[in-house]
Design a protein. Sequence first.
Length: 136
Amino acid sequence: MRFDSKPVRITVTVLSVLLALMFLGASVPKLLGAPDAVAGFAKYGYPDWVRLVVGVTEVVAAVLLLVPRLAWVGAAAIVVIMVGATYTHLVLGSGEGANAVVTLSLLAVASFIAYARWPRAQVNAADVRRGAASVR
């Protein structure tokens, strides 16, 4: 797949914005200490500071998703969060397989964005012939 084609760039940009909005929205209750967010983390036995770390990470990741050169870092952070969320639903939760499907779907989207936005070395062929290859 060519990641420099216009349709792919547009798709990656739209997915990045949607994922950023989703995680910005998801971070607010965690950071404000909404009773449901606090109870949700406590239900699985996580200390309260984990809720804050996840909330801050979601905000930072969402902002990074909106900067094309740094979107892969934000997407990678979301992948890590979604691995933890999937583990939580599958291992610590009982009968929460449906929730794991959602987290795995978000993990897949974030993985695609991370891969598509991953910086790739570009070498000028003329520089290679001269022996002065530079990576841009």
